[in-house]
Design a protein around this ligand. Structure first.
Ligand SMILES: *Cc1c(COP(=O)(O)O)cnc(C)c1O
Length: 385
């Protein structure tokens, strides 16, 4: 029989939580308390606690979480924000949503997170630091923040990033959309910067049945502002202090997230176990495999391998019923949307190189050992050809 192994599988996740979810949904439908209700409020507390942060502000997507977090941190018109080109495009969009400008820098070749050399190169060679402000010499704009992305579930080098941020008076927003529960030096990501944003899009490690997101912070001012912005800039009912948004996390989704949060550690551990099996099974092939570190723990949102024969391998696995993905084939700085935009970029060689070589093979907590063996075997077959 022809195999059909998908890259992600959320149906099996739902089977595990279905009973409780239906019960809780019944309660919602009997009261019709659909928005800003007890489930969202409890989930905000539970997820903040889980991630070791003080406050959670539930919103309607990860993109909204990024945009509102930047706004709440005081990033606005004509400010600059440093981030990586090699990320999902939403990271860059959120900067434009605030009428600010991105500075796109390169990634490390070993774990695809922000390159500290690239960050220092920009700060030392392209900026001047005067009156406690970092100014981009070319654009004359104030560089105000850094967004490190914990890509594929792997934490960025946060100690270095936070030290640099402190030295140059920059704020830090962690993009945690792919790394719910990941750890950096025994601390959960999402608690390390000034604020953090998470996505609950269906394919993420913790996902809603539709859209959802959350901002985490331990700063009360940021929390208050984010809460105001998600609700039309209201400070009191029908008093709009600012132009805000309508971007709440609804109760139906909050129920799903509360149930799934109880299983997140179990699911993340299974992902790590699967990664271990893959790494063992694929170790003698001409492939670059994900690296493990002592000081940080990935939650393997994706298991990404690298080969110059990427496109051939992708086709071969597809023919054998194995669903793969490429995250992401075009780095942000080469996207058509940025063509006529004012974006500072410099030396993005690693981003361009790895985007041609990366391949995400199936990774989700319900992948069976037989499926893992089959996938490993097929990759061996490909290299024997
Ligand atoms: C998924 C993702 C987002 C956006 O989240 P949405 O909920 O889809 O809006 C942002 N950043 C990264 C790195 C992502 O992977």
């Amino acid at each position: 029989m022809k195999k059909n192994i998908q890259l992600v599988n959320i149906k099996s996740q739902f089977e595990e939580i279905k009973e409780n979810v239906y019960k809780e949904w019944e309660k919602i439908f009997s009261t019709m308390y659909l928005m800003l209700g007890p489930n969202m409020k409890s989930f905000e507390k539970e997820f903040a606690k889980y991630s070791m942060a003080k406050y959670g502000i539930g919103v309607d997507s990860g993109t909204t979480a990024l945009s509102l977090a930047l706004n709440s941190m005081g990033i606005g018109k004509d400010d600059e924000v440093i981030t990586v080109s090699f990320t999902f495009f939403a990271t860059i969009e959120s900067i434009f949503h605030n009428n600010a400008y991105p500075v796109l820098i390169d990634i490390r070749e070993d774990d695809y997170t922000m390159s500290i050399e690239s960050l220092m190169d920009f700060i030392e060679n392209e900026c001047e630091f005067k009156n406690n402000k970092l100014i981009n010499k070319k654009s004359k704009r104030h560089v105000k923040a850094i967004i490190p992305v914990h890509l594929y579930g792997m934490p960025a080098e946060m100690d270095e990033i936070l030290n640099i941020a402190k030295k140059y008076n920059l704020m830090v927003l962690e993009d945690c959309a792919q790394a719910h529960g990941a750890e950096y030096k025994k601390k959960r990501i999402g608690s390390l910067g000034d604020a953090a944003s998470f996505s609950f899009y269906f394919s993420k490690n913790l996902s809603a049945l539709g859209e959802g997101g959350i901002i985490l912070t331990s700063d009360e001012e940021i929390k208050k502002r984010a809460e105001m912005l998600r609700l039309h800039g209201q400070t009191d009912k029908y008093t709009h202090t600012e132009i805000g948004y309508n971007s709440r996390l609804d109760e139906i989704q909050a129920v799903v997230l509360r149930e799934k949060l109880k299983l997140l550690d179990k699911w993340n551990n299974r992902r790590r176990e699967i990664a271990k099996s893959y790494s063992e099974g694929l170790k003698n092939l001409p492939l670059k495999l994900p690296k493990e570190f002592d000081h940080k723990k990935s939650v393997y949102h994706l298991y990404v391998i690298r080969t110059e024969k990427r496109d051939e391998l992708f086709e071969y696995l597809k023919e054998n019923g194995i669903g793969c993905g490429i995250h992401y084939p075009i780095p942000s700085h080469l996207q058509p949307a940025l063509k006529n935009r004012d974006v500072f970029m410099k030396n993005l060689n690693v981003s361009e190189k790895v985007s041609k070589e990366i391949l995400s093979i199936p990774m989700h907590p319900h992948l069976s050992n037989d499926e893992i063996s089959y996938i490993t075997e097929k990759i061996h077959d490909f290299f024997k050809k």
